[in-house]
Ligand binder design. Structure first.
Ligand SMILES: CC(=O)N[C@H]1[C@@H](OP(=O)(O)OP(=O)(O)OC[C@H]2O[C@@H](n3ccc(=O)[nH]c3=O)[C@H](O)[C@@H]2O)O[C@H](CO)[C@@H](O)[C@@H]1O
Ligand SMILES: C=C(OP(=O)(O)O)C(=O)O
Length: 430
């Protein structure tokens, strides 16, 4: 079994190029199967979730060729709308294949979404979309079937703001007959990126980036090329790294506007931020201030950034409070941080931190991708060695996590567990 070992690294300094967004790429790769000709996607990160999509693509007859961050997809020979349940449930965003294949072929059989298993993650809004467009949904033990003789545009009011179901609704409605209107839609950059891509292929999607999206169904989509937006979540984590022990980090190839609420919070706690056209520099000179974080859907502070922020706030003297309003129970990193000496208590679904307490090394387990980032940052600020297991979760979302952190001076390495270390792992996941 592999694990990452981190060592106290002092101030981190340097510059990192940010890859395309995982959460956009997963939507774009599924959206590509809607095209009637070849599609080229740039900026696709080299991560495990994309490898799974490559496997699914080959299974259904969609040619998938990846060279570095460029993926060429030929959807003209898709011969199956049945997706292996095991593959579907090994990452979250497999539900995009449900929307896309339903839209193109009127039928899909697919396993339930997996991915980061930090809390219950319902898909009722996705199902509601399919049904609203006229599809019948049948649930079985480990898969579901969605089918429709014909998809017809509809007015859909989301019960809650969801980026996944908003994107899926665009995928499902893009070839439906007539007009679909999405109300209470998510306004995330990944929603806009997917709409821009589909429009490039000839779709008619209007209003993405607002809470009301209109889709006029089309019967044919061309091929085309598109480059995914940069990963705002990876960029945010690297900028926070500059605040850990003092230092200066620049993230290149980003869209600074996508990080607005994150940068505002970083400035509030005493990290200086300077934005250029496509880069952001963060540096810390004095001490950090404690604060309160409440996550929300975009443009609020992202749920995927509360974990690295928690690691950072452990360095801020005084009491900070972190509340996740998107996934209220997404706090599995808290007991792990305690293993490193952090003083954090869970109260009413909030993490209450007493910052400024020195951290020490230890064994910890990453239960999901962002918990992994949190533990990695905490490990770089802790005395001694911190050993992080659950690497597979980190690699779902992070391209070359070791190399990119090393490039800003972080001391970390990938290691193989040897038998003498096994006793350390007992009770680790508790
Ligand atoms: C692959 C991907 O893009 N993952 C991101 C996506 O996940 P995902 O698309 O799963 O998250 P959503 O935006 O859908 O979730 C937002 C909120 O809606 C709720 N909800 C969602 C769907 C549904 O059918 N019913 C329902 O109640 C969720 O429980 C949550 O409270 O957005 C999350 C919130 O920004 C991020 O943490 C994930 O990194
Ligand atoms: C929760 C996340 O991913 P997923 O939705 O793919 O599980 C994430 O990227 O933080």
């Amino acid at each position: 079994m592999r694990y990452i070992q981190t060592t106290y690294s002092g101030p981190l300094n340097g510059s990192v190029h940010i890859p395309g967004a995982k959460n956009s790429s997963l939507a774009l790769l599924a959206a590509a199967c809607l095209a009637d000709d070849i599609v080229t996607l740039g900026g696709i990160p080299i991560i495990d979730d994309v490898n799974i999509i490559a496997g699914i693509s080959r299974d259904i007859g969609m040619e998938f060729t990846q060279e570095g961050r460029q993926v060429v997809i030929d959807p003209r020979m898709i011969h199956s709308a049945v997706i292996d349940p095991g593959k579907a449930s090994s990452y979250r965003a497999s539900y995009y294949f449900a929307g896309a294949l339903l839209s193109k072929f009127g039928r899909v059989t697919i396993g339930f979404p997996g991915g980061d298993d930090f809390v219950s993650r319902p898909i009722d809004q996705h199902i509601k979309v399919f049904q609203a467009l006229g599809a019948k949904v049948q649930m079985f033990n480990d898969y579901f079937i969605v089918e429709a003789a014909e998809l017809k545009g509809a007015d859909i009011y989301f019960d809650t703001i969801t980026s996944g179901a908003t994107i899926n609704a665009m995928l499902a409605a893009v070839r439906a007959k007539g007009r679909t209107q999405l109300h209470n839609a998510a306004v995330d950059p990944e929603v806009v990126d997917t709409a821009v891509f589909l429009n490039r292929l000839g779709a008619k999607i209007y209003g993405a980036g607002t809470d009301r999206i209109r889709i006029e169904g089309v019967s044919y989509l061309n091929g085309g090329a598109h480059v995914t937006i940069p990963d705002r979540l990876i960029a945010g984590a690297f900028l926070m790294a500059a605040g850990l022990n003092g230092g200066q980090v620049t993230v290149q190839d980003v869209i600074p506007e996508h990080l607005g609420s994150c940068l505002a919070k970083m400035e509030e706690i005493g990290i200086h931020v300077e934005c250029g056209e496509s880069h952001i520099t963060a540096y810390r000179t004095g001490s950090l201030k404690a604060t309160r974080i409440r996550t929300g859907m975009y443009p609020s502070f992202a749920t995927d950034l509360q974990q690295p922020m928690t690691a950072l706030l452990l360095q801020a003297k005084g009491k900070s409070i972190v509340t996740d309003r998107v996934f209220p129970k997404r706090l599995a990193h808290v007991p792990q941080l305690r293993r490193l000496g952090a003083e954090i208590e869970l109260r009413h679904e909030s993490a209450i931190l007493r910052g400024g307490v020195p951290l020490h090394g230890g064994w910890v387990h990453a239960t999901d991708v962002r918990a992994g980032t949190c533990l990695l940052l905490a490990g770089l600020a802790a005395e001694g060695n911190t050993c992080i297991t659950g690497i597979e979760h980190i690699e779902r979302g992070y391209e070359d996590v070791i190399g990119s952190f090393q490039s800003i001076g972080a001391k970390l390495s990938m290691r193989e567990l040897d038998a003498q270390e096994l006793p350390e792992l007992i009770h680790l996941k508790g």
